[in-house]
Design a protein around this ligand. Structure first.
Ligand code: TYM
Length: 355
């Protein structure tokens, strides 16, 4: 039996290199061999209370970027999360088996809750984790963390389990959510003594989990970090971003260890350039002859070689509204067929039956 693959991206803005290497480029690779299902997670995007017009525009632009990057609606089921109402019902049902403690402990919740409250991060020395947790549930602030943010992992588990997916290609930052999904699946199966949900795993491409760094010297590339290279960045803008990336003063002695910002540039180079180019600059770093300006120029051109064909296709695809609508209508039909079957089984198991 073919693996059922499922993955999605939140509609919070244009796609960046992190989304591309962590997710989208992998989606394209496996379309021919698996039963593939890729969606736009607009309900997940609601957790940060976006502007409604913007949310709607983002769904469209991500769909266009999916297609421009090579997702093929004849091979993959491509759909919008909110077109599958069964997901919302299953979210309610599954939440009855999810603990608020385990949700509060997820790294992404703490991170997003901190941002929502305008708090610093413990890594930056702004208070320890426990203190921040107390502030999240505390009442001494008129800002609040919405419940949707807390139950985000339930919703993500539902996306996966409602399709009975077995493989979930994601970047490193989503692996904790996937672990929770496995736990929820196991718990449901064992509570009711059934074998309804398979336990999904990351799609194994043979390498380490992907974490694309930002250009600001630390951490990962992320929309809310303001450190992104977008697939649709104009070449001028893209070159400027890369040339401005944080570096250091350069190696003073042969074979010195690399600082984080420079190591990050090498990570990006490894993703986008040929092995020859990478080893040329590694050697130059080792013998102290490296000029970061040269490395950045090369990096910018190699990134452009990846993004340019995508950027050039996006505008045409976006202009064809009826095509976009057709793709997601057809996708929703297929995704709903499986979702409604799973929901029927789940209701029956839980005792929600017609009289
Ligand atoms: P999201 O929208 O934050 O990111 C979408 C995908 O891009 C990957 N990604 C990265 N990978 C490597 N390096 C980075 N800097 C980087 N930034 C983003 C993410 O790992 C992800 O694969 N909760 C999910 C969306 C989701 C989902 C699902 C995914 C909802 N339901 C079901 C899979 C299955 C999210 O917020 O991803």
């Amino acid at each position: 039996m073919k693996d059922i693959v499922l993955s999605g991206i939140r509609s919070t803005g244009n796609l960046h290199l992190g989304n591309y290497y962590g997710a989208l480029s992998k989606f394209v690779k496996i379309q021919d061999t698996c039963d593939c299902n890729f969606f736009i997670a607009d309900l997940h995007a609601l957790t940060t209370n976006p502007d409604p017009q913007q949310l709607h525009a983002n769904v469209k632009s991500i769909l266009a970027e999916y297609l421009a990057a090579g997702l093929d609606p004849e091979k993959s089921t491509i759909f919008v999360q909110s077109d599958i109402p069964e997901i919302a019902e299953m979210y309610l049902l599954l939440n009855m088996h999810v603990g608020i403690g385990e949700l509060m402990r997820t790294a992404s919740f703490k991170d997003k809750a901190r941002k929502a409250l305008g708090l610093g991060s413990p890594e930056a020395g702004d208070g320890d984790d426990d203190a921040i947790e107390r502030q999240i549930i505390g009442t001494d602030s008129n800002r609040r963390v919405n419940a949707g943010l807390l139950t985000y992992p339930t919703l993500m588990a539902v996306d996966i389990l409602i399709q009975k997916a077995t493989k979930v290609p994601v970047g490193k930052d989503q692996l904790q959510h996937l672990e929770l999904t496995r736990r929820f699946a196991r718990r449901f199966n064992s509570f009711y003594g059934v074998d309804l949900f398979p336990e999904p795993t990351d799609f194994d491409f043979g390498g380490a989990p992907v974490k694309v760094p930002g250009l600001d010297g630390s951490g990962k590339m992320g929309k809310s970090e303001g450190n992104c290279i977008y697939l649709i960045d104009d070449p001028k803008v893209l070159r400027k971003k890369v040339m401005r990336a944080v570096t250091d003063e350069g190696p003073k002695e042969p074979n010195s260890p690399m600082s984080e910002p420079v190591a990050n540039l090498f990570t990006l180079l490894e993703l986008t350039s040929t092995p020859d180019v990478v080893s040329h600059f590694r050697q130059a770093y080792a013998d102290c002859s490296i000029r970061y300006g040269d490395l950045k120029k090369q990096l910018a051109e190699d990134i452009l070689a990846v993004t340019t064909p995508i950027r050039e296709r996006v505008q045409d695809i976006l202009a064809d509204e009826s095509y976009l609508a057709r793709v997601v209508r057809q996708g929703a039909e297929k995704a709903r067929a499986r979702a409604s079957q799973t929901l029927r089984e789940m209701r029956e198991i839980m005792g929600i039956r017609p009289l």
